[in-house]
Design a protein around this ligand. Sequence first.
Ligand SMILES: O=C(O)C(=O)C[C@]1(C(=O)O)C=C[C@@H](O)C=C1
Length: 100
Amino acid sequence: MSNPDLDLSAVGLDLNVDHIPDDIDDLRKEIDRLDAIILAAVKRRTAVSKKVGRARMASGGPRLVHSREVKVLDRFAELGQEGHTLAMTLLRLGRGPLGR
Ligand SMILES: O=C(O)C(=O)C[C@]1(C(=O)O)C=C[C@@H](O)C=C1
């Protein structure tokens, strides 16, 4: 399920790719563009997640919050087992070295 409050129309993430020509170079260019967006988003998510963790621990809270992690896993559930693996990877990146 996607987030209805999030307007991604300017970013070009339409699921319909019919308008992209069946040209391998064009298609690979779009993959390269998407990978750059995904990498930037993952890096920013990691930075924010680490910051939340630091703020929570500084106020005496736990290092991990199970209920929040379940929400993240649920968000990616539509992608099946690979979605679970992806969500776990995101959570691990946010936990940093202490979580390994
Ligand atoms: O939401 C939080 O409280 C976070 O610390 C962020 C986050 C996450 O990366 O989504 C990271 C660790 C917690 O166990 C739960 C979730």
